[in-house]
Design a protein. Structure first.
Lengths: 255, 255
């Protein structure tokens, strides 16, 4: 039996990235799509509480069972696993291809990766794919063979329990991609700047903008280093947030 | 100089939980509140992308500088650090007191904890407090001395770099609280059930509901065990999601 592959994303079901991903996955297994009906970038691991969800069968792709959902990327995985696919557990969850990088700290804000992590929570091997190009018409063609081979490896070897893979792919350029690096999440953050403006009704509002700051510039074992050197980065991400080293330090507190 | 304490939450600036937290923090330092203007439960680490934010000074608490923000809990911490408090970095970020538990896997979905983790990303000692009682009029009184002593310990000892504390407090009951347990995140998940209904216009919709499943029932070192035994749980949470043990396994893949 061909593996059952659940495809989702955070840019919405009509985006070019998920179309490319569906095409790749159709070569590897039976594909079911459950994806948001609108862009959900930056949604992190949000889920819908206190409001109902809409779920409609749709026909954007050829020969694929697909549903569009009003919820977040994490909602899509939950509804796929616990409503759409009650008869058969997916063998793989893939999310993306995201239009834009999800390296380092961005994994926390990423709807793409939260969908993959939700898959891992469900005990399903799960991978999030992102291209370092925010353009809605980005060129994904160079990414295709790499995404295929990483997915085949995951289907063959499995993914360690409790882990989802965060795969980032450099934007298309004239430079060759020297290979795939398994690496750690760089220590980095956003240094925000807020731009104050006044609307036509005289009320103030703020645009969040900012600069990316990498604290790991000297280190060669991070995803940011890999991408800066045109490698594809693969970071294993866990949903057990416990800081085990910190447990000991806290035990000395007089609580 | 008294420590500068930033207070936020995910239930919204008018909720009883944040009022209680502000009262406690006023005894320990100078308080600034930047909190959502509406409930943001389940928002996880969502941030606002592609839309501007509203931020207004408000006067819900006595003698406190406070702002209500249209964004998510993580947005509130970003806007506090990089717009409201440009002259002085907070010495502590506290988030909550959440109306409802944020133990185990719930840390990922929690706006309360994502605000605390955002504080840790900014290099500020940060704590999320939650009461295991969803009632909007929940009784927080028994939690007050524990929250005060945990906060004092954090101000005195600092919190390890890269870590935010996830503190959960049992709901008020006749049982005594035997103490505070430093512990790990239990391995658990939600087993969702979706309840299909039809709206008055004939269109279907789904309510997400479900059952909490704890896979760590035999283990006594988890937050779920602590809370089940009426302890207060303290879990150190890290934002480096790298699964270091998995790095080695993945290195054997032929990529």
């Amino acid at each position: 039996m061909k593996p059952l592959i659940l495809v989702t994303n955070d840019d919405g079901i009509t985006s070019k990235g998920i179309r490319t991903l569906v095409e790749i996955m159709q070569e590897l297994g039976e594909v079911v799509v459950v994806a948001p009906n609108s862009p959900q970038s930056g949604m992190g691991h949000a889920i819908t509480i206190g409001e109902p969800l809409r779920l409609y069968e749709t026909h954007i792709f050829d020969n694929v069972v697909e549903y569009e959902c009003s919820g977040t990327p994490a909602d899509c995985v939950k509804i796929a696993k616990h409503y759409v696919l009650l008869d058969r557990k997916p063998d793989l969850v893939v999310s993306g291809i995201n239009h834009g990088s999800n390296n380092s700290i961005n994994v926390l804000y990423s709807g793409t990766m939260s969908a993959a992590i939700e898959g891992a929570i469900e005990g399903i091997p799960s991978i999030g794919f992102s291209l370092c190009d925010f353009n809605e018409d980005a060129d994904f063609s160079h990414a295709v063979p790499f995404i295929k081979s990483i997915t085949e490896s995951a289907l063959e070897n499995g993914i360690p329990i409790g882990i989802a893979l965060n795969v980032n792919i450099p934007a298309r350029s004239d430079l060759p991609i020297p290979g795939i690096k398994v690496c750690r999440q760089a220590h980095a953050k956003w240094q925000e700047k807020f731009d104050y403006r006044v609307d036509p009704n005289g009320r103030g509002y703020l645009w969040m903008a900012g600069e990316f700051v990498n604290f790991d510039t000297e280190k060669e074992d991070t995803d940011v280093w890999a991408l800066d050197n045109n490698f594809i980065s693969v970071v294993p991400c866990q949903y057990d947030l416990t800081g085990y080293e910190a447990l000991e330090k806290l035990s000395t507190w007089d609580l």
